[in-house]
Design a protein around this ligand. Structure first.
Ligand SMILES: [Zn+2]
Length: 225
């Protein structure tokens, strides 16, 4: 399987899963065994066919973190970086977007904790004792594959749907355009200080200092469906 920029970030994490399970998962994905999946608010439910039989397994994967309350923050980044938004629409990962997400430790880019979380919370109805069984890994590979082809889909793993993100990005783009217009007219008043921090030009010039700082995800390992 050819790995794109996003899937490559998962490689060190996936390498900690059992190689035989990973190979089996890859075969399941290739054969279209992941029949159905749906977001349930806390994670992904899925049905994975057992190869060569009519049996199927019910799989559940936890969300990697809860960024739903931060959807507008993410939308603001996109409003300030239309090139990132354009890359999403082109179905490509912008390297600077990926680096930005890594720098902010946004959990759509996996860390060692990601696998620990998946191992601790994922469930499957197969007999395998390793929670990272081929079926759980197959669903994960499908999600990674979708995010590779549609970057903002990576946020589905932390609880933000692509459509919501695009809607909010549109609102934020309009807000920034409005603020720029007002600032040009010189009638910004008291809001200018706060909005000054959002100036995309300043933001892009000094990449070390960003307006938002690091987002704090809300994780609750106890959350189960
Ligand atoms: Zn399984």
């Amino acid at each position: 399987m050819k790995r794109g920029p996003y899937a490559s970030r998962w490689e060190p994490v996936l390498s900690e899963a059992a190689p035989t399970h990973l190979r089996a998962a890859t075969r399941l994905v290739t054969s279209g065994a992941v029949r159905w999946k749906a977001w349930d608010g806390n994670g992904w439910k899925a049905v994975v066919e057992r190869s060569g039989t009519r049996r199927a397994f019910d799989v559940w994967l936890p969300k990697l973190a809860d960024y739903a309350p931060h959807a507008r923050d993410v939308a603001r980044w996109l409003a300030m970086r239309p090139d990132w938004l354009a890359a999403h629409h082109a179905g490509e990962w912008d390297e600077s977007f990926l680096d930005f997400l890594c720098a902010h430790q946004v959990e759509v880019v996996p860390t060692r904790e990601t696998l620990a979380r998946l191992r601790a919370l994922s469930t499957c109805t197969c007999e395998e004792t390793d929670p990272l069984c081929p079926h759980v890994l197959a669903v994960l590979l499908v999600l990674i594959g979708e995010a590779e082809r549609s970057p903002l889909a990576a946020f589905r793993m932390v609880g933000i749907e692509v459509e919501r993100l695009l809607d909010l990005a549109q609102e934020e783009t309009a807000a920034i355009a409005g603020a720029t217009g007002a600032s040009r007219r010189g009638d910004l008043g008291e809001a200018s200080g706060a909005l000054g921090a959002w100036n995309p030009e300043v933001w892009c010039r000094d990449v070390e200092v960003r307006p938002l700082g690091k987002m704090r995800p809300i994780t609750n390992p106890g959350i189960r469906p």
